[in-house]
Write a protein that binds this ligand. Structure first.
Ligand SMILES: Nc1ncnc2c1ncn2[C@@H]1O[C@H](COP(=O)(O)OP(=O)(O)OP(=O)(O)O)[C@@H](O)[C@H]1O
Ligand SMILES: [Mg+2]
Length: 207
């Protein structure tokens, strides 16, 4: 029987693969039209390689990170790969996740992406979805909300973050070559991060 963590990652993969053309079109506007292709390739490869019956959440996340790091080129492969590797470390040995674990995982992911991408919030990247998502998750957690409610808060804030990326100039990656012309376009990586967070939320809600 497939483990819960494999099922969750396969839901993320489904959503990313369904949105392959959408993500690629966003990247055509401000990048090189490969974001959806990169992400779909990475998840297709990961699904083929992930252990389906492993219940250690950290072990499965680590494998996913290794696949993304090794199989996906460009900026997003190493960045998402790093995110999964950092999440794996925070979830090592766990077979269930608490609200606090979610905080720790998001914190580790943000630290990893910042370090790997040398990026900060406000540069029109995936961090502009993930950091507000993390902050809203923490606020909900501190208010005593349950995991599904924290994930709802995270997704709502991340969606606002994606909208915000339309209003700012890209200063990282290929989109930065456009300067002011990047305004008006939503960031592809922020969008794939939002889709990932929504897939996790929907999966938890359906449990
Ligand atoms: N230094 C960075 N830090 C964080 N995120 C980044 C960085 N550079 C790019 N990104 C994210 O990666 C997304 C682009 O991913 P893609 O799969 O298209 O790789 P790419 O074409 O190599 O990227 P790029 O041309 O932007 O370097 C961007 O939309 C942005 O969210
Ligand atoms: Mg690209």
């Amino acid at each position: 029987m497939a483990s819960k963590v494999y099922e969750c990652i396969s839901k993320i993969a489904d959503i990313i693969i369904e949105n392959k053309d959408f993500l690629t079109e966003l990247d055509r506007e401000i990048g090189d039209a490969d974001h959806g292709i990169n992400m779909a390739r990475g998840y297709t490869e990961a699904l083929g390689q992930l252990p389906q019956d492993e219940s250690d959440i950290g072990a499965v996340l680590k494998k996913a990170g290794m696949v993304l790091l090794s199989k996906v080129g460009g900026a997003s492969g190493p960045l998402y790969g790093t995110a999964y590797m950092k999440a794996a470390k925070a979830a090592a040995g766990k077979t269930e996740l608490t609200v606090q674990d979610g905080k720790d995982i998001l914190d580790a992911i943000i630290g990893g992406i910042k370090q790997r991408g040398k990026a900060e919030r406000g540069e029109k990247t995936m961090l502009d979805a993930i950091i507000p998502g993390y902050e809203a998750y923490c606020a909900a957690a501190d208010a005593g909300k349950d995991l599904a409610e924290c994930l709802d808060a995270m997704c709502a804030a991340a969606a606002e973050g994606v909208e915000y990326t339309k209003t700012i100039i890209a200063t990282k990656g290929r989109a930065s070559y456009l300067g002011e012309r990047s305004i008006g376009h939503q960031d592809p990586g922020a969008t794939s991060s939002l889709l990932t967070m929504e897939a996790i939320r929907d999966w938890v809600r359906a449990l």
